[in-house]
Ligand binder design. Structure first.
Ligand code: KIV
Ligand code: ZN
Length: 519
C-alpha cells in the first residue's frame, strides 16, 4: 500500500506498465450491441468526444462491413484527431484493403484461434490459419498499416497454438497483439496468469480485450494490466455484444482511484461522454451503473445524507467532480430531517423545527404511496407547509403546437419570466421537442438551463393514458428533478420542464451540501 486518498488505501502503481494505452471500441464492438447502428455523422461526433477525452486509440468501425461503415472510418480518420484511428478487419485481403482505403492508421486484424471457432465457424485447420495469419499481417504491413493482431476466443484456445499464431504474426511484422476473452470466461486470477504468460513470452506489447458475460470484464482487464498488458480495449457505458465489453469509465476511474494510475484522460468528461453515447446509441445507462449511472452519486437515506453533509467521503469513495457529476441528495421516504432541511434551505425556504417535521412527514407519505419525490414536489410541499408560496418565476401563459406529416413540428409559447412577457417559437423533431425548444429559447437569456434527462412513463393504459414525464434540469452546478402528469404528453412535458426551471430559480445559487472539498 503506497498512499491514502479519499479514505482509500491505494495499491502500488509500480506493479503496472509505465504507460497504459486506452483503445476505445465503442464505435466497433460497442456498435455491435443489438439494436445499435450509428450514422457516420454520429460516429464522428462520438469520435471527437473520445479524442477530447484523451483516449489513445479509437477503433472507429469495421471498414469492410458496408459503404457507410467505410465512410465513417474515413470521416474519422480525416478529422485530424490526436488519437490513432483504427479499423477492425477479418483476415482477408479484401477487408485489409478496405481499412487501407478508409485511411485508418492501424488495423485490428482478427484471427479466430480456438478450435471451436476454427473447426465449427471457419471449417479450417490450425495450419491453414497460420498461413492466413502470415499472409494477412504481411499484406497489412505492405499497405502501411500499424498492425494489432487479435486472437478471437483466445481464452478458450490451446495456449501453445495461440502463442504460435502470435509469433507467426510478429515474425510477419505485427506491431502488437491482443488476446480476446470473447465470451467473458476469465476470472481476475486466471486473467493475471493468462496475460502475464503472454507478456513474458512475446516480444511485442500485449493488449487485453474482455467481455462482461459474468460481470467480470473490468476486474479481468485491470488484472491483465497488472500482469503487464500495456493496452486495454473498452467501451463507453460498457456497450457491446451480449453483456457488453469492459467499461472504459470503470477501468479509468478504478485505475486512478484504487491504484493511483493516471492514464491521462480528462476524467471530468466521462459523464457527459456517457450521456452522449447513450443518446446517440439509444441504449440507456442503468441507474445503478458504477461511475456514470444516475444513482452513482445520488443519496437518499437519512443516515447517509447526515454523514455526507458533514463530510462527503463518509458515503462516497469517488469525488463526483472527478467524473463531471454533481452530487445529488434526493428527497424520499428514507430521507432524514437533515437532508430535507439542507435541500429546502437551498431552495430559499427556512422552516421552523415544527414545519420541518411536517415537511419530512409529508415526503414520507408520498414515498409510502410508491411515488418518487422530485425536487419540484419537495419545493411544493415546503411552500405549502410554510405558507410561503411565491409566484413562480416562470409561468406558462399560452402554448400552441402544430405537428403532422406535412409540416415541421413547430411550437410557440408565451411565458411570464420574472414578470416579463416573452413569446418564442421553435421547431423540433416532434411536438414535445418543439415545445421544449421554444421554452428554452424564451428563458435562456435569463435562466441558462439545460435539460439533462427526459423520461416518459405511461401510468395507465390506452391511447388516453395518463403519462408521467420526469425531467432533470441543470443550471451551472445545480440540478433539479421534476415531474408532469397529464393525458397530453406535450403539456406533461411542459409542466415538468417549467417546474424544474422554477426549482433551479429557487435554488438561486445556494448549495445543497455543506462540504464538498476533496480529502
Ligand atoms: O471479442 C472479440 O473477440 C472481438 C473480436 C472481433 C476482436 O471483439
Ligand atoms: Zn469483443
Amino acid at each position: 500500500m503506497s498512499d491514502v486518498k479519499w479514505g482509500i488505501a491505494l495499491l502500488d502503481p509500480n506493479c503496472f506498465p509505465k504507460k497504459i494505452k486506452i483503445l476505445d471500441t465503442t464505435l466497433r464492438d460497442g456498435e455491435q450491441t443489438p439494436g445499435v447502428s450509428l450514422t457516420p455523422e454520429n460516429k464522428l461526433r462520438i469520435a471527437k468526444r473520445l479524442d477530447e477525452l484523451g483516449v489513445d486509440i479509437i477503433e472507429a468501425g469495421f471498414a469492410a462491413v458496408s459503404q457507410g461503415e467505410l465512410e465513417a472510418v474515413k470521416l474519422i480518420a480525416e478529422a485530424g484527431l490526436k488519437a490513432e484511428i483504427c479499423s477492425c478487419s477479418r483476415v482477408t485481403i479484401g477487408d485489409i484493403d478496405a481499412v487501407s482505403k478508409a485511411e485508418a492508421d492501424s488495423i485490428h486484424l482478427v484471427i479466430p484461434t480456438s478450435d471451436l471457432h476454427i473447426e465449427w465457424k471457419l471449417k479450417k485447420t490450425r495450419d491453414q490459419m497460420l498461413q492466413v495469419t502470415q499472409k494477412c499481417v504481411k499484406h497489412a504491413k505492405d499497405v502501411g498499416l500499424v498492425v494489432e493482431l487479435s486472437a478471437e476466443d483466445a481464452t478458450r484456445s490451446d495456449k501453445d497454438y495461440l502463442k504460435k499464431v502470435f509469433r507467426t504474426g510478429i515474425d510477419a511484422g505485427a506491431d502488437r497483439v491482443v488476446a480476446c476473452d470473447t465470451v467473458g470466461v476469465l476470472t481476475p486470477e486466471k486473467a493475471y496468469e493468462f496475460y502475464g504468460d503472454l507478456v513474458q513470452s512475446l516480444s511485442v506489447p500485449v493488449s487485453v480485450h474482455c467481455h462482461n458475460d459474468f460481470g467480470m470484464a473490468v476486474a479481468n482487464s485491470v488484472s491483465a494490466l497488472r500482469a503487464g498488458c500495456s493496452e486495454v480495449h473498452c467501451t463507453i457505458n460498457g456497450l457491446g455484444e451480449r453483456a457488453g465489453n469492459a467499461s472504459l469509465e470503470e477501468i479509468v476511474v478504478a485505475l486512478k482511484s484504487l491504484y493511483n494510475i493516471d492514464v491521462g484522460l480528462k476524467t471530468e468528461l466521462l459523464y457527459s461522454t456517457s450521456q452522449l453515447v447513450s443518446r446517440l446509441s439509444g441504449i440507456m445507462v442503468q441507474p445503478n451503473k458504477a461511475i456514470v449511472g444516475e444513482n452513482a452519486f445520488t443519496h437518499e437515506s437519512g443516515i447517509h445524507t447526515q454523514g455526507l453533509l458533514e463530510n462527503p467521503s463518509t458515503y462516497e469513495s469517488i469525488d463526483p467532480s472527478m467524473v463531471g457529476v454533481t452530487r445529488r441528495i434526493s428527497p424520499g421516504k428514507h430521507s432524514g430531517t437533515h437532508a430535507i432541511k439542507a435541500s429546502v434551505e437551498a431552495m430559499g425556504i427556512h422552516p421552523t423545527d415544527e414545519q420541518l417535521r411536517e415537511i419530512w412527514q409529508r415526503v414520507k407519505v408520498v414515498g409510502d404511496k410508491g411515488k418518487t419525490v422530485s425536487d419540484a414536489d419537495l419545493l411544493a410541499i415546503a411552500e405549502a407547509v410554510t405558507g410561503l408560496e411565491k409566484p413562480k418565476a416562470i409561468q406558462l401563459q399560452e402554448v400552441t403546437v402544430v405537428s403532422g406529416n406535412t409540416v415541421t413540428p413547430t411550437a410557440s409559447v408565451r411565458l411570464k419570466v420574472n414578470e416579463n412577457d416573452i413569446t418564442e417559437a421553435a421547431i423540433g423533431v416532434g411536438p414535445v421537442d418543439a415545445v421544449i425548444n421554444a421554452v428554452k429559447k424564451a428563458v435562456l437569456a435569463t435562466e441558462p438551463v439545460t435539460l439533462e434527462q427526459y423520461h416518459v412513463k405511461s401510468i395507465t393504459g390506452g391511447t388516453d393514458a395518463m403519462v408521467e414525464v420526469v425531467v432533470r434540469m441543470r443550471k451551472d452546478t445545480k440540478t433539479a428533478t421534476a415531474t408532469g402528469v397529464r393525458e397530453d404528453i406535450v403539456m406533461a412535458s411542459m409542466d415538468a420542464v417549467l417546474a424544474g426551471m422554477n426549482v433551479l430559480t429557487a435554488l438561486n445559487g445556494n448549495g445543497t451540501t455543506k462540504k464538498t472539498e476533496k480529502q
